[in-house]
Design a protein around this ligand. Structure first.
Ligand SMILES: [Zn+2]
Length: 179
């Protein structure tokens, strides 16, 4: 078994050491990173078999510090996703909330976190701060897009695909590219 408070303390320590410049933590919670497909039928199993750790959103990145080992636990930064690479965030589940993070094409696989339950402040529960997180992600996509324009690239605001500046439509999803 593991101690949630310990995972949060160790996780925050590691994440704080990885923050740069103006980066601050917006949300964090203990959760389980699923290792199997999560459906209403498999969620209990996914939670029991997954990797416990701390998931955090900063104003620039998503971090997951994973706890491994039984007798002598170790903690490592297992995931760092720049927010401009996030294509979708989806929460589902009635009893056990899960969060699916889908990254833009070519940036790796989607990951699913579940069993959030340490946050006592109701307003800070994962399902209640989705709008805030989406807004922060859009800000990061815009900031990256401004940076890319100087390189002759237009980033699709729907799927995150990098397109040549001369393209009218996104090569990946077909959306009209805003210049
Ligand atoms: Zn697109």
């Amino acid at each position: 078994m593991y101690n949630r408070e310990e995972i949060i303390d160790e996780g925050l320590n590691i994440i704080e050491n990885n923050l740069v410049n103006d980066e601050t933590i917006v949300f964090y919670d203990f959760c389980i990173k699923a290792r199997i497909k999560v459906t209403p039928v498999t969620e209990a199993l996914a939670a029991a078999q997954g990797n416990p750790g701390l998931l955090a959103f900063t104003n620039h990145n998503i971090f997951f510090v994973q706890r491994s080992g039984i007798i002598k636990p170790t903690y490592e930064l297992a995931i760092k996703i720049p927010l401009e690479k996030v294509a979708h965030l989806d929460t589902s589940g009635l009893v056990m909330k899960s969060l699916k993070i889908t990254v833009s094409s070519g940036e790796g696989e989607a990951c699913i976190f579940l069993n959030f339950k340490s946050v006592k402040d109701k307003d800070k529960k994962i399902e209640n701060i989705m709008a805030e997180l989406e807004e922060i992600i859009q800000k990061n996509i815009k900031a990256e897009s401004v940076g890319s324009q100087e390189l002759g690239i237009t980033v699709c605001e729907y799927c995150g695909e990098k397109n040549a500046k001369t393209n009218e439509k996104c090569v990946k999803c077909g959306a009209i590219l805003k210049k």
